[in-house]
Design a protein around this ligand. Structure first.
Ligand SMILES: [Zn+2]
Length: 133
């Protein structure tokens, strides 16, 4: 397959990221509810470079996704996870670029073994729990 430029669907991106964030907010709301939290200070999110979500679009959609929920006003802390494949020739993880070529950049061995890069996961939620600091 020839290399191709990345097309950023800016006008669609926000809707896509908003949908992803709604499930993040639902997960944090559940955790906050179970902990008896009255608010959320911050939410940590790991975002793989191949997750299909753009950090800047996530940041933009965050206030909309959290509006009128217990997560409203929480800080979004995004940790970008660079994509990597396992290369059997190098016997090591090797980073791959966002074009998802799945070829080892060091030795050129094709590798379909993506070990990182598709994450879109909540890493922490900093909850306001009455009676705790
Ligand atoms: Zn290699």
């Amino acid at each position: 397959m020839p290399p191709r430029g990345r097309v950023r669907a800016c006008h669609h991106g926000r809707v896509h990221e908003l949908g992803l964030l709604r499930s993040v907010v639902t997960a944090v709301e559940k955790a906050a509810g179970e902990a008896g939290a009255t608010g959320v200070q911050a939410v940590g999110l790991q975002v793989g470079t191949l997750s299909g979500a753009l950090p800047e679009a996530l940041e933009g959609a965050w206030p909309i996704a959290t509006a009128h929920t217990v997560v409203d006003g929480a800080r979004l802390e995004i940790e970008t996870v660079p994509a990597a494949v396992w290369c059997p020739t190098c016997a090591a993880e090797q980073p791959v670029d966002e074009y998802y070529t799945l070829t080892c950049p060091a030795c050129g061995t094709p590798s379909g073994a993506l070990v990182r890069g598709r994450e879109l996961a909540v890493t922490f939620a900093d909850l306001d729990i009455p009676g705790h600091d």
